[in-house]
Ligand binder design. Sequence first.
Ligand code: ZN
Length: 372
Amino acid sequence: MTLRRLFFLLVLAFLIACGAAEEGVETTEASGHDTEIDPETLAAQEAKSDGDPCATHGEGDIDGDPLLALVNKHEGGQLKAAYSPADLLPIPPDQMMPGRKGQMRAGALAALEQLTGEALAVEGFDLRARSAYRGFREQCFTFNYWVEQKGVDHADRFSARPGRSQHQLGTTVDLTAESWGWKIEPEVATTVEAAWLAGNAGRFGFALSYPDGAEAITGYGFEPWHYRYIGVDAAAEMEREELILEAYLSRCREGDTKLECSHEPAPEVPVNHHFIGGACESDDACVSLGESARCLTTDHPGGHCTIPCERGCPDRAGNNMLTFCAGEAGAGLCRSQCDHNRFPDAGCREGYACAERERPDKSRRAAVCVPE
Ligand SMILES: [Zn+2]
């Protein structure tokens, strides 16, 4: 039996002893750490709160804008209550697990799109965000919920007090995968997706915040799903120095001269194009597909009718063969598939039908809209 397995069993035994299994809360609770509650529970918690239950938590003085801000459970690790990133953007639906919405800072989101894009194109892993930005008040109601359910000692072990969650930074994301049933729980640590993340997230500027065996330092158990964007150079330095994130950020804050602690600018948000139609020679040929449709010839010598996406259309492998799913152009969304199991509302534009096709990289078949 591995130590991790043993640890998990101990945690499980503890939770069962606490009666955690009886209340029908999300499975994330059993996994335990810095965990969100589902949107309905959160809304109910907020609705029944009198006065300002968040004021009692106090606030810190940390500005969350610097990518290497140290936010933790310890002295001095609390963000200002009013801190909220100015550059939050909605996470495109095909980067979120079904049924959820989320936001991230622009640069972190661009990096997330690169990471999930490569995971899908190269490995065939469908990795998505489960929970990303959480504001001070949302974290407050989340924490208070756990206090009510389990008491304050338990809540402190399993959730962050408001101002002390990395999720308030807008650079942190809990990742999940279709093959995990969209859950986050200790068992996912042994999956190929988790192993790929551990080995590759750093290339995209993401760091694992709460690694295995570091609970005494971080205050959190192993969270193989919780990644924070700190920039490519900083992530590389952290790995080179063989430091965990907590130690790296602490040393950066102390001004350790052996470290560069690079505050590189976040990556540019790529402008992508959603391929909606077939061959074209000029914009005129695309008019029937929508006002904003253009004929793109730069990367596609034959010409393709496209809609330039406002932002964040993940140019995932496979886009080129895809055409159009109804309702997307107007909403500015970029989903290219019409897989009804994953996207119940998806449909195809008139003249197109949903059909299964092999992806260009031959990794799997995908449901896409094709001309009838
Ligand atoms: Zn998290």
